[in-house]
Design a protein around this ligand. Structure first.
Ligand code: HEC
Ligand SMILES: [Cu+2]
Length: 417
């Protein structure tokens, strides 16, 4: 269901006009600026909620644009028409003044009211529409709970039960079914955060002691950028996340893989990979022809990159991984992070049961590869100022990691597909 359907040319010309206006204040801008489809743009949308928000924006832009043209035209007309053209004009009496003309006064009041109504009607409709999943779509809606922490996001799947282990929990990457409305319950454990996925929906605050919610829908499978949009302390600006929308079939596979306990790499199965490859077969297919225009020059489009991340590395070293697992307990990591099926029990940090299958670490800040993981583990305080893993973990527990230990921990975390 679409709330409003402005003709596409509205959006096209609106964007062109905005780009022109922006150009005046942003010299040296590049081609991506003109397209206005960066990772966190609100000008190119991928679902009905963001689309309805964009439509409201364009209504306002067009109303104010028309007012601008009318006022500008009257000003230009008066300037040219009443310009002093001869020496005599300059000393002439001013023309007859029409101050207080009731027709003009009432006309302007009427026009202002009309302009406000034109803006208010679609705005109110959009407020109701975006508040919650529309009645007729509710049956098909999928539910998740997002909780803000300083400075990362926990994602829970209240309807996905795991035998003996509660409900499914992940962190910093929210995987959803494409083409289905998703209701997101918004919670926080500390200060106010705000949930925002510009191309899909936003932004609604996560407020202490108050249950908020929003809904969103990704029309097609894709990979989207999210961001905390409410100042929440030192590392607020780098409190990010991702939303990955999958086809119904892929989503079911992903759920099954995530519900499984942490993967253990025994020497014998290391070469083949412990997970049955067939189970993940469809992650490999890029059947959507998905391309992220922003990353047109990148070697691999983001969703494809995400798919590849689901597979174990070819060069896994079972002994090194076992050493990493041992260090995970010895270095107190297990006290803050859960690794279901292994030793991790903590709940103050992100769940790491399948950390190896995520594309990012440190709340969407770094790419999840060996180099960046080592960087994060070695000096989390440099990567992310004030983060609690460093202040309440490394400092409080006096954790020191040498290069060999970091290497083993990286191998272990990477193996958790
Ligand atoms: C005091 C609790 C605590 C301890 C101890 C701790 N961590 Fe963390 N860890 C956190 C928190 C909190 C975050 C989220 C930080 C952020 O993004 O702001 C985090 C983030 C991470 C991440 C990134 C997860 C993601 O999804 O982005 C990894 C990987 C990680 N920790 C591994 C470890 C390892 C390995 C150790 C042991 C050497 C460890 N942690 C010790 C609390 C802890
Ligand atoms: Cu925040």
């Amino acid at each position: 269901m679409r709330l409003t359907s402005l003709p596409p040319s509205f959006a096209r010309w609106g964007r062109a006009a905005l780009a022109l206006c922006g150009l005046a204040v942003l010299p040296g801008c590049d081609f991506n600026f003109w397209r206005m489809d960066g990772h966190q743009t609100t000008m190119v949308t991928a679902g009905p909620v963001a689309k309805s928000q964009l439509d409201v924006f364009y209504v306002t832009v067009w109303v104010t644009f028309i007012i601008f043209i009318l006022v500008g035209a009257v000003l230009a007309y008066a300037t040219i028409k009443f310009k002093a053209k001869t020496e005599a004009d300059e000393h002439a009496e001013p023309p007859e003044q029409s101050h207080g003309n009731p027709l003009i006064e009432l006309g302007l009041i009427g026009a202002s009211i009309l302009a406000l109504v034109v803006i208010a009607v679609p705005t109110l409709k959009a407020i109701w529409y975006t508040y919650d999943v529309p009645e007729e779509l509710r049956e098909n809606a999928y539910e998740v709970t997002a909780t803000g922490y300083q400075w990362w996001f926990k994602f829970e799947y209240p309807n996905e039960q795991i035998d003996g282990a509660g409900t499914l929990v992940t962190g910093n990457e929210l995987v959803i079914p494409a083409g289905r409305p998703v209701r997101v319950n918004l919670r926080t454990v500390d200060v106010i955060h705000s949930f925002w996925v510009p191309k899909l929906a936003g932004k609604v605050d996560m407020i202490p002691n108050r249950g908020n919610h929003l809904w969103l829908q990704a029309d097609e499978p894709g990979y989207f950028w999210g961001q905390c949009a409410e100042f929440c302390g030192e590392s607020h600006a780098v409190m990010r996340f991702r939303v990955i929308a999958l086809s119904e079939e892929d989503f079911a596979e992903w759920l099954a893989a995530q519900k499984a306990p942490a993967r253990t790499v025994a020497p014998a199965v290391a070469q083949a990979g412990a997970l049955p490859q067939a189970q993940f077969a469809s992650f490999r297919r890029n059947e959507y022809g998905f391309t992220d225009k922003w990353d047109a020059n990148a070697a691999v489009p983001p969703l494809e990159h995400w798919r590849q991340q689901q597979f174990p590395a070819k060069d896994e070293d079972a002994a090194l991984i076992a050493e990493g697992r041992r260090l995970f307990v010895e270095k107190t990591c297990a006290g803050c992070h859960a690794i279901r099926g292994h030793e991790g029990m903590g709940i103050t940090g992100p769940d790491l049961t399948h950390i190896g299958s995520r594309t990012t670490i440190a709340a969407g800040l770094l790419e999840n590869n060996r180099e960046q993981m080592a960087r994060w583990l070695k000096h989390p305080e440099v990567v992310k100022p004030g983060n609690l893993m460093y202040t309440t973990g490394y400092v409080a527990n006096n954790v020191q990691l040498n290069d060999a230990e970091v290497n083993a921990l990286v191998a272990y975390l990477e193996s958790l597909k």
